[in-house]
Design a protein around this ligand. Sequence first.
Ligand code: SF4
Length: 384
Amino acid sequence: MSPQTFSGLYIHIPFCRTKCPYCDFYSCTDLHFVHAFTAALEKEILFYCTSFPSADTLYLGGGTPTALPDAALSDIMASVRKQIAISTDAEITIEANPNDLSREKLAHLRSLGFNRLSIGVQSFDDAMLQFLGRRHTADEARRSIDFAREAGFDTISIDLMYALPGQSREGWTATLNEALRFSPEHLSCYQLTIKEGTPFFDCARMAAFQPCAEQDEAEFFMFTSAFLEERGYGHYEVSNFARAEKFQARHNSKYWEHKLYLGLGPSAHSFDGRRRWWNVRSVEGYIEKLLGAADETPDVIRQETMPAGGSELLTDEQLRMEALMLGLRTRRGIELEHVLTFPHASATLQRLQAEGLLIVSSNRATPTTHGLLLADSLALRFVE
Ligand code: SF4
């Protein structure tokens, strides 16, 4: 692969202080591995820095990156900057848990160059936070946003969750209004989905709570879109809203635009335009693979020591379908020329327009809000 083909760098920080019962992202709660993890990550960066010499977006996600001690975050950023040129206007994001965000922590994050903070608030209702197993309160969330502004973060994204069991429209509106009080530049509003393998999945199966009905989920979605659009937040992707176009997430947009990205850390995924590969979903496995080989010098790192979890080579057909699916998740939509490569595309486009799910204009097919609601199934209509 030729250098410079990537530009988005993702680092998965696989640690959380506690596990939320709805979450299926990979993380572990044993922070004893932090030191070995940062050493392993440094080696993974060294391996990829020739084919990935520069980045214009860097995203530390997880897990909970802010659960790391300051020294570990400093080491990670030093390893990245030593090997990869981060452009001066790069978007550098870190995901944060509200109760990690002391004034001191925030000052440290600013000193490391983070210019975008994605805070996992989820709700401003303490009962909902308790139900979600979050380790912060609504007050702590409010305080963390105030502290972040004081520290100089002028691009803040707030993550919220809706369609929670027992959540009323009024309760959700109150949370949205609270979030808007802080004029965040960006909002991510996710619907609670009950995923297999999580404690919530078992609870739902044992009828410990009643998940939100599908019809109610759809109503929450349409309401959220209209509510935030009316207040100046553009609904630019299924779950994402920005106060202005310049605040749309540059890093995540690369995923939706089917651009190339490199993911480092346990369970992280990468895509080079043809091949997708991913790392092992285990911090111990990741460390063992990267640090286990004793016969290497930093200049010679073998592919065999990379912590591969798997890979797939995508066919032209799969790439075309993926680009369509991702494009139809965004308000930008996708070029008509691309859509017309599918058989019977014209008839399908007409049907989707008649159903109020798509609009065709300026040589692009763009989903309506109702289309975004059904984004996952929209692309499949072109291959039925
Ligand atoms: S803090 Fe975030 S990554 Fe960690 S368990 Fe909770 S939702 Fe998952």
